[in-house]
Design a protein around this ligand. Structure first.
Ligand code: GDP
Length: 296
């Protein structure tokens, strides 16, 4: 997803590193180009501004210009600032709580919420050897509960038996109860999707949150929607309170802006990346690795 940004940046830095000596104005010119490249990649404007300001502050000045390889020093400064913008440390899903640990999945319809629920459940079961229960609280979209049931069968993860006519709040209560009685380590609640932020559904999600008291509340956001994904994360955080973000469709041709802006704008970490439709298409988000990918 970072291909075009990555190409742009390597063009800028190739030019810089090929020159031996650099002046402050060479560095400033390169930063103007970096700024343009980030804006075109759909990175939030205030994030672009503080990013380039911090790089300039470190890069313009005697130390870089006088060094033997000034271009490489600038690249190193940009790399370090990218890592910092992306969140510095990887933050995996936190399961340090009394089992069954409730995880609540929230987000817009079509963002990949149900698929991501199954991906996380599969990974916790297979890799981390946890006993996981999944429950769909989506009583609005026809067949949403059955969709999760099918994914449960495919992955060998238990799903809460469907009882037609129950409200999301009742399903949440039943899921927590069943997870306790069944000796599950983790219970994942896949809440109803929405086409856009809608007050009634937000209230419903708040009530589910109050019932389930999730240890993790993960917003699933489509990386292809760029700035909209970032605004969505901010709104969900203000209203529901999120603990992390899963960015899906990283395998698509998004420009990378969402990934780069998310942390700085919301203060919440990207924890996982969705990398495909298949149920093993899930990766941990490592700021260092992503910065490496962006810088090529
Ligand atoms: P929900 O409405 O948010 O629950 O969305 P779904 O989980 O039903 O996913 C909607 C579509 O997106 C499905 O066709 C999924 O296979 C697809 N999808 C989900 N995550 C990814 C991803 O990371 N990459 C790609 N390419 N497709 C995805």
């Amino acid at each position: 997803m970072f291909d075009s940004l990555s190409d742009r940046l390597s063009g800028i830095f190739d030019k810089l590193t090929r020159r031996g000596a650099l002046t402050d104005s060479d560095v400033s010119e390169a930063m103007r180009e970096v700024r343009r490249a980030l804006i075109e990649a759909d990175v939030a404007l205030d994030v672009v501004k503080s990013f380039t300001d911090r790089v300039k502050e470190k890069a313009v000045g005697q130390e870089v210009v006088r060094s033997v390889t000034p271009g490489q020093m600038v690249v190193k400064i940009v790399h370090d600032e990218l890592v910092r913008t992306l969140g510095a440390e990887a933050e995996p899903i936190d399961l340090q709580s009394v089992p069954p640990v409730p995880i609540m999945m929230v987000g817009l319809q079509g963002s990949g919420k149900t698929t991501t629920t199954a991906k996380i459940a599969k990974r916790l079961t297979e890799r981390d050897k946890r006993k996981v229960l999944m429950a769909s609280l989506d009583t609005r979209r026809p067949a949403a509960q059955e969709q999760l049931e099918v994914l449960g069968k495919q992955t060998g993860v238990d799903t809460l038996p469907i009882i037609k006519g129950q409200t999301p709040q009742q399903i949440a209560t039943r899921a927590i109860q069943a997870a306790k009685l069944g000796g599950y380590d983790v219970v994942i609640l896949d809440t109803a999707g929405r086409l856009h932020i809608d007050d009634e559904l937000m209230r419903e999600t708040e009530q589910v949150r109050d019932i389930a008291q999730p240890h993790e509340t993960l917003l699933v956001a489509d990386s292809l929607t760029g700035q909209d994904a970032v605004n969505l994360a901010r709104t969900f955080d203000q209203r529901i309170g999120i603990t992390g973000i899963v960015l899906t469709r990283i395998d698509g041709d998004g420009r990378g802006g969402a990934a780069l802006s998310m942390r700085a704008v919301t203060g919440k970490p990207i924890k996982l990346l969705g990398t495909g439709e298949k149920l093993d298409g899930l990766e941990d988000f490592h700021p260092e690795r992503v910065a490496g990918r962006i810088l090529g």
